[in-house]
Design a protein around this ligand. Sequence first.
Ligand code: HEC
Ligand code: HEC
Ligand code: HEC
Ligand code: HEC
Length: 455
Amino acid sequence: MKPILRSAALLAAALALAACERFPVQSTQQGYRGTGMVQIDNPRIKAAQAAARPPIPPDTPPIAATDGPKARDTFQNVKVLGDLTVAEFTRHMAAITAWVSPEQGCNYCHNPANLADDSKYQKVVSRRMLEMTRHLNADWGKHVGQTGVTCYTCHRGQPVPAYTWTKAPPAPRSGPGSLLGNDFGQNKAVPSIAATSLPYEPYSALLKGDQAIRVAGAQALPVSTHKVSIQATEQTYALMMHFSEALGVNCTYCHNTHSFATWDVPARVTAWHGIRMARDLNVNYLEPLGPTFPKTSLGPLGDPAKVFCATCHQGQNKPLGGAAMAGQYAGLIAAAPAAAAPPLPPPLAEPARAVLYFGVGSAALDAAQAQGLARLLDTMAARPRALAIVSGFHSAAGTLSSNQELAKQRAFAVRDALKAGGIAETRVRLERPQQTGANVAGEDPSARRVEVTLQ
Ligand code: HEC
Ligand code: HEC
Ligand code: HEC
Ligand code: HEC
């Protein structure tokens, strides 16, 4: 190549590179070097993004608790915030106005002639949003932590949050009978999945429905029992693009790229809970509001707007940079009545095998579960040389050492129940705790079981 051409090529390459990101970037190591556990940020892009964000509305300090009259007794139609004093209630109304309708004011939700009137859909929606926000702060601590959520987290001073989704019809590429056919909901450069060619609306299946977000098999070689369709795989990847875009992070923020299926990055566990939280909000709060909204607010297939990660996160790994606003508003954090723990499955009670289940985080053997040992105890009484082998199983979520400790304590509880049933301790053998591959967060009771077999 002639020198002049070479320098022109070099110059072109330099210009092309300059169009990417200006160095230096910041890299933060989150695991061992050389294992791909590094988070890369560009401080200048972050600073520009921070400057472009509107300031968080200032908080007014809570009014010191007084014995003043309660909102419930003073106003006519207060169903959620009734426990607040009138002064605190009024402060909440002012804050809600600043968060949701600063330009429109109180009358965005209220009929000024009668504040108790529920004729405006905005007020009916807001009441449900109050209940939703309380539920988020009271029951989704595993995701929102102490930071919590206010109306501002999603609304940011606008009546309609900037980032939401509705069902999208697959757009045929051209008219009926076209050779180009259907696009199966792909190849439309929508921003929420970072303009990739992946399915542009993976949310109905994954953030409202409970389709599994799993691709990897547990074995090295293909096995007939592990089947994930290409479409489901593409939906998983589309959702992952959304995660990265919504939080302003790379895949490595949640994954160790040596294996996307491992759980060694804590953020992935928080995200796992976020997925369940988004499903809960969409199924139990937003979808049922459909009939309350005017037709013009609904999506092209007639469903109301729903939440995904971007609704709260809006490009930051913690919404609003982690600013905690909810703690100042008693009306948004009032504890909802504790949800009853889901019932345990019945124990498996066979003459030579018993499987007993435990509550989340608990090593206490429930009386009904202990009944599962009855037939096995009969067999042991009849066969005095039989040994009981006790193994505790635990989930893959959380830290291994505390999980193993819990599984051990559960095995001890079962050993004690056998002893109480008249079996000498020498006839009980405890095995090492074992991890179940199946589930992450202990929701599946099989990850909280103790098995007893006879030998
Ligand atoms: C984004 C919607 C929204 C805005 C804006 C709003 N409110 Fe409300 N307001 C509500 C909801 C919802 C209730 C019912 C709360 C409940 O049931 O606990 C309510 C109830 C009230 C009540 C009780 C009425 C009664 O007799 O039952 C008063 C008073 C009130 N608001 C005053 C105000 C004032 C003053 C403003 C402006 C500073 C305001 N609100 C702005 C949603 C709103
Ligand atoms: C988790 C996110 C989230 C939180 C928190 C939240 N909202 Fe919403 N809100 C939404 C979504 C999503 C919609 C539907 C938007 C649409 O119709 O496009 C909505 C719609 C509304 C609407 C109707 C807007 C319209 O004109 O169509 C009102 C009013 C409202 N919210 C008030 C509130 C109030 C008051 C709070 C706090 C008590 C609150 N929201 C908290 C997500 C949220
Ligand atoms: C905010 C955290 C987060 C980010 C960022 C993220 N993921 Fe994920 N990813 C998850 C979680 C959580 C799951 C598991 C979801 C479940 O089980 O419900 C998952 C699952 C996966 C799976 C399936 C793994 C398996 O067990 O089969 C793949 C593949 C994957 N992600 C790839 C990616 C790629 C590629 C990126 C970057 C474009 C990415 N992820 C970004 C949190 C994240
Ligand atoms: C209702 C609002 C809301 C929604 C929706 C939401 N998040 Fe979050 N998320 C939060 C809040 C608030 C925090 C900060 C919690 C804290 O400070 O401990 C957070 C924290 C996180 C973190 C931990 C960040 C860190 O650096 O520790 C991850 C990861 C995350 N969210 C992922 C997701 C994913 C993925 C989704 C979508 C499936 C999602 N979030 C949806 C409110 C939300």
